[in-house]
Design a protein around this ligand. Structure first.
Ligand code: SAM
Length: 281
């Protein structure tokens, strides 16, 4: 059994490193071994899996993941944390298969990881959670499964479906890659320092991407939600070139120009994007 980090160990490591966790980097460390065990259980990783962990911090979740026998590649932006981490792992899980890179996850490229990871499991920094997930899904097609901890409101948005008030750009873009589900709430008390929001775990399963140009489709999604109170005809007029052209593209796609972006599914956005290439009738 790998010894996990409790409150005394987290505070001890922070004192040893003389760190002051920063809000800017979303540095809230899990100091509750039961939460770590729960995340590892829900992630279903095992010794045949290669896990990518973003933001390992002091190593709370990393040790849990390594305890499952999985191989872990961790990406940590903070050099002080990234330098201490291999020492913590060597002390508590000397047999573990573990690598850490000091890097901004938003700049991670497929070429940085010659051995592609299959699972993303992370307690993500709050302010960049959605951009990180979208960047990794685009950059690393090998990532087939995910379990990430994010702020509750972000979890709701990631997993929302069409027609809901919170359905928006993150919901559609994540749905492009597969299915996201909110699986469990996590109270703020499991973190040190205690954040002023609660968290939730979101699972992800990749599916086949639509056979369309992702950049073109995402441009429609961005335009449709930039002015979410407007009808699609109005919201898409500069993207299409004019209101008339937007209306023609929407009608050709079988979509009422008076509807709003929050009512459309990924495949509707695909039909709209493809419509721009059609000659004006
Ligand atoms: N996994 C640890 C845990 O559960 O205790 C720490 C999680 S803490 C919420 C987020 C971590 O992400 C911090 O260690 C922070 O330094 C790191 N981080 C923040 N922005 C990052 C980025 N752009 N790329 C990689 N790591 C980042």
């Amino acid at each position: 059994m790998t010894a996990l980090l409790g409150p005394a160990e987290i505070r001890g490591l922070a004192a040893e490193l003389d760190i002051r966790p920063t809000k800017k980097l979303g540095q809230n460390f899990v100091h509750d071994p039961n939460t770590v065990r729960r995340i590892v259980d829900l992630s279903k990783v095992s010794d045949t899996d290669h896990v990518l962990e973003i933001g390992p911090g002091l190593g709370s979740l990393t040790l849990g993941l390594l305890g499952s026998g999985a191989r872990v590649t961790a990406i940590e932006i903070d050099p002080v944390l990234a330098t201490r981490l291999p020492v913590t792992i060597a002390e508590r899980a000397p047999e573990a298969r573990f690598t850490v890179r000091t890097q901004d996850a938003l700049k991670l490229a497929a070429a940085d990881l010659p051995d592609p990871p299959t699972h993303l499991v992370a307690n993500l920094p709050y302010n960049v959670a959605v951009p990180v997930v979208l960047h990794l899904l685009a950059e690393l097609p090998s990532l087939a499964h995910g379990l990430v901890m994010v702020q509750t409101e972000v979890a709701d948005r990631m997993a929302a479906g069409p027609g809901s008030r919170i359905y928006g750009v993150p919901s559609v873009k994540i749905a492009w890659y597969g299915t996201a589900r909110k699986v469990a709430p996590v109270p703020r008390a499991v973190f040190w320092p205690v954040p002023n929001v609660d968290s939730a775990l979101v699972s992800f399963e990749r599916a086949a991407e639509p056979a369309a140009d992702r950049g073109e489709v995402f441009a429609v999604v961005d335009a449709a939600f930039a002015q979410r109170r407007k009808t699609l005809r109005a919201a898409l007029s500069s993207w299409a070139g004019s209101g008339e052209r937007a209306e023609a593209i929407l009608r050709a796609a079988g979509i009422d120009p008076r509807t709003r972006g929050e009512q459309l599914e990924v495949r509707d956005f695909v039909r709209i994007a493809e419509g721009r290439a059609l000659p004006p009738s």
